[in-house]
Design a protein around this ligand. Structure first.
Ligand code: FE2
Length: 102
């Protein structure tokens, strides 16, 4: 599971028209505080597209029903994303993301 950003990079990098978008699959599990993977990038060294996608990806994962749990209520997901601002997520991305639902 932790290898999927690298697998995505290997699979997609030969595709010329996807090259500019590779930051997203490759870097979407990096975390603002440097505790993510695969490279342990920190803060603004994580490409912006991946920082934005990380918030949307977690939003989608937590809101969705899974075989092992029900999707979370919207307010619970908003609270989680807010709590992870500056830890998992870029605080400016969180601020804009949460403002979209107001
Ligand atoms: Fe992922």
């Amino acid at each position: 599971m932790r290898r999927h950003p690298e697998y995505a990079y290997e699979l997609l990098s030969p595709v010329e028209f996807l090259r500019l978008a590779l930051d997203i699959p490759y870097c979407h599990h990096e975390k603002w505080d440097g505790s993510g993977y695969p490279r342990g990038l920190r803060g603004e060294s994580i490409p912006l597209a991946a920082r934005i996608f990380a918030v949307a990806d977690v939003w989608d994962a937590l809101r969705s029903d899974r075989p092992y749990r029900k999707g979370w209520e919207e307010e619970k997901v908003r609270d989680h994303i807010r709590e992870q601002s500056g830890i998992h997520f870029d605080p400016r991305v969180v601020e804009v993301f949460l403002s979209l639902g107001d």
